[in-house]
Write a protein that binds this ligand. Sequence first.
Ligand code: LMR
Length: 395
Amino acid sequence: MFGSLKALPADPILGLLAKYREDANPQKIDLGVGVYKDEAGHTAILDCVKNAEKYRHDNEDTKVYIGPTGSPLFNEEMAKLIFGNHKVLSENRARTVSTPGGTGALRVAAEFIRSCKAGTTIWVSNPTWANHTGLFSAAGLTVKTYPYYDYENKTLDFEGMLAALKEVSADDAVLLHACCHNPSGMDLSQEQWQQVAEVAKDKGFLPVIDMAYQGFGDGLDEDAYGLRLMADSVEEMIVCSSCSKNFGLYRERIGATTIIGKSAAASDIANSVLLSVVRCIYSMPPAHGAAIVETILNSDELRHQWYGELKEMRDRINGNRQLIVEKLIENGVTRDFSHIVRQKGMFSFLGITPEQVQQLQDEYSIYMVGSSRMSIAGIANSNVDYLAQSIAKVL
Ligand code: LMR
């Protein structure tokens, strides 16, 4: 049976991490995978997480099965984090399940969409997170793209995006990034969200919102602006969220899928299908990450500690955006890289060729995705001069 298999190339993002770890150059810089790093290049456990874990350690008294929904308290807190005081909650139209990470949330959403209609087309931005296409296709959906990033002008191709969305059929789903677009860092403005929400309402397609970076753009509520606006306009939608980045819980694998139905009764039916999807893939989600998040969100003290730590991460990344642009200028680079400062979240495209990306890796041990997507969190005061000098050389 296995004899027919052909080896596949390493994942474009995770493969890079493995190469970086093997590199012996002490000056190596990891701008690959989207993981927050502090000034020392370390991905520390947040203090609020440590405190929540201590509390759980002292108070948790069972490891019995949790059920396909996951922890009800986590689900409730996540729905509030996503929707604030939006009417979808008071109307009892949201149903949330805990999932193994944001990827698990997306896969559950994809399988749910397949249960609604086999072979549904899902439209994703061009470009999008490298794993979106693979995971939606693996769930039997047809993946098509709409224009998004204007590589030449380093801005949003909003006209192209809107024109493409106007052609999407009512039977299709459209994936939108809530904030901190991965890989471009280019987000929709509030006015642009308004227009996209109007098109969604007009055309009747299903919006599927991927929110993997809530709190990394402008703030927790600010980053949910677009999806809340969308929920004002449409009757049905899905939100896939992740606690990997904003709680720093990467390896705990905790996220959530939230389905909004037309009515409480319709949401109950959808939820029964959602639970069956979960049961058939992994039966029940892991509990530890959810327990940490619900402990933080359910305690005023830990919640405020988290707000502070999240702000620190956001501010450091924004500071890095400014820093690298200044250092490039200082190193004599005349090309305009100011788009990096205008973009949001963990990533931006540097905008160099794949050959130049490879040269940075081979000659300078600087690792970024082939598209020239940089994880801005990997920049630090200690490496930014070397980074800017190396970029200047390959340019
Ligand atoms: C990324 O885009 O780097 C992250 O979302 C990590 C991943 O799983 O790819």
